[in-house]
Design a binder for this molecule. Structure first.
Ligand code: URA
Length: 270
């Protein structure tokens, strides 16, 4: 293995290790003394009658661990390793981003996660409160539904890549402003180009409008293949919209769209 390949593998392992520690309750790594994760986890267990806190609630004081389980990523090899390394470089370039005002109130940059060699990239809008705390995309209620949507067409969450048009939480979950999207867009574009997926699923109006470069109501394009720089894009409803409009029609529509994305990927032999 090349030196660069080994470095990228070690960075990926280190990153996963830190994510695991955060899952176990470690909430700070720095000059103040660390409390061992177990000391934090136990009172939480007592407060939840012995069940893991995540089984009871994911958000709220001290109980922020995501309900969406951590990704079990296999060691990267071949294309995945090269793509993983590119993603690490993009994350490195993003740094401790202060390019727009979203940096002022965010807790964590939510870069994106998943298989660097994913056949499909899901693009959402921006982190919510759970994502802001955990540093992972789509881990709150909308994320749980997204995981189910992904599973409904036979993918696993770790097979795909999930990211957002903005990497920092808009305060109060307001829509991201155009200038905020503009600052983040080069990173989103580089993420997609690094992964070079066979299909992109755009979740909701902000995602499809960003990719198409003009405001478009999702109802107008949903279910119809679009193209971004030669990549097929399937616009569909955002899971948060589905949670608000949990009708048979809306669920069927999203399922149809994801089945179309899955079929497209399978046609290409993946
Ligand atoms: N909604 C989004 O658009 N992205 C997330 O990461 C979470 C909720």
């Amino acid at each position: 293995m090349s030196g660069a390949g080994e470095k990228s593998r070690i960075l990926a392992l280190l990153r996963q290790e830190l994510l695991d520690l955060r899952q176990e309750g470690l909430d700070y790594l720095g000059p103040r003394p660390l409390r061992p994760p177990r000391e934090q986890a136990q009172p939480e267990r007592r407060a939840t009658g012995g069940k893991p806190a995540s089984a009871v609630r994911a958000a709220g004081s001290g109980g922020w661990r995501p309900r969406v389980p951590p990704l079990e990523m296999p060691p990267l090899e071949g294309d995945a390793q090269v793509k993983g390394q590119r993603l690490e470089e993009i994350r490195h370039d993003l740094g401790d981003c202060r390019r727009c005002e979203l940096c002022e109130r965010r807790q964590t940059i939510v870069f994106g996660e998943g298989n660097p060699d994913a056949p499909v990239v899901f693009v959402g809008e921006g982190p919510g409160a759970d994502e802001d705390r955990s540093g992972r995309p789509f881990v709150g209620r909308a994320g749980e539904l997204l995981s189910k949507m992904i599973a409904s067409v036979g993918w696993r969450r770790e097979d795909v890549y999930i990211c957002n048009i903005v990497k920092c939480r808009p305060p109060g979950n307001r829509d991201p402003k155009l200038e905020e999207v503009a600052m983040c867009q080069p990173f989103l574009e580089r993420q997609i180009e690094a992964i070079a997926p066979l299909a992109i699923v755009a979740l909701g109006k902000p995602a499809i409008s960003t990719l198409m470069g003009r405001p478009i109501p999702i109802t107008k394009l949903r279910g119809q293949w679009q193209e971004w720089r030669g990549y097929p894009v399937m616009p569909t409803f955002h899971p948060a919209y589905l949670l608000r409009n949990y009708t048979r029609e809306a669920r069927q529509a999203v399922w149809d769209d994801l089945k179309a994305a899955r079929a497209r990927v399978e046609e290409a032999g993946r």
